[in-house]
Design a protein around this ligand. Structure first.
Ligand SMILES: [Ca+2]
Length: 246
């Protein structure tokens, strides 16, 4: 997830900002977002787990079947909602997918059949005990994959988060995304910042690129367009699939 920053280069001789450039930028972004919405924007609720139960201490156990974590249903045995001093990858909270024993979470969302969707999330592991490598099983529609992460040389406040992503083609009007711990003890894989969105069709991408080229040609001397990732403070040194299990 990236944000777009449009920086004003300067004001005109009357001290006014160039509204024409602003309008062009607005049209560009609105056009691209309209394309995305028309493609069926997926809506994962509370993907960062910031909305949920009151945390007693630094972690809160949540049992199977509970929906107290907004948007999500707990599966397996239990999970744990983590708060400071645990280092979340986004915001203040994350999930340990092994509560007392192996657990999981799942959420269903609307899809458009035939559309390709990207699923991204950040994965780490509880370094306080158990196996050095923590494994999570991710399923959605016919997709299933296990991912493992190394917890060596970390503490709960110095966790290393690995961004992971994959795509799937929706087969119906809804899909269920599930994360399941494969760690039987209370030291499970850690999860944060889950997101799902449709991949634009090639024609839509070309439209967005063409619009961007025209926009840049018209206003390159008046505006600076900079992009920067919002996920500061994370470990992006490893490729997204570096944690992929065999
Ligand atoms: Ca979070």
């Amino acid at each position: 997830m990236y944000r777009i920053k449009v920086a004003e280069k300067s004001k005109n001789s009357k001290g006014q900002r160039p509204m024409k450039g602003f309008i062009s930028t607005t049209v560009l972004l609105a056009s691209f977002l309209t394309v995305m919405v028309n493609r069926g924007q997926a809506a994962i609720i509370n993907g960062s787990f910031e909305q949920g139960p009151t945390i007693s201490g630094d972690a809160q156990f949540v049992g199977a079947g509970s929906t107290v974590i907004t948007g999500w249903t707990v599966t397996g045995h239990s999970v744990e909602v983590l708060g400071p001093p645990w280092l979340a990858s986004d915001g203040q909270r994350a999930i340990d997918l092994s509560g007392y024993y192996a657990g999981g979470i799942q959420q269903s969302f609307s899809t458009v059949a035939g559309v390709t969707y990207w699923v991204t999330f950040d994965l780490s592991g509880n370094p306080a005990g158990g196996a050095q490598f923590k494994t999570v099983r991710v399923t959605i529609d016919s997709f299933q994959q296990d991912y493992s992460v190394d917890t060596a040389n970390q503490t709960i406040s110095t966790l290393i988060w690995h961004p992971i992503g994959f795509s799937f083609v929706a087969s119906g009007t809804s899909a269920t995304l599930s994360f399941t711990s494969l760690e039987g003890d209370c030291y499970g894989p850690l999860l944060d910042d889950v997101a799902v969105w449709p991949v634009p069709e090639p024609s839509s991408s070309l439209f967005a690129v063409a619009t961007l080229v025209v926009f840049t040609a018209m206003h390159c001397c008046r505006r600076l367009v900079t992009w920067w990732p919002t996920r500061t403070g994370r470990n992006y040194s490893s490729p997204p699939f570096a944690a992929k299990a065999g």
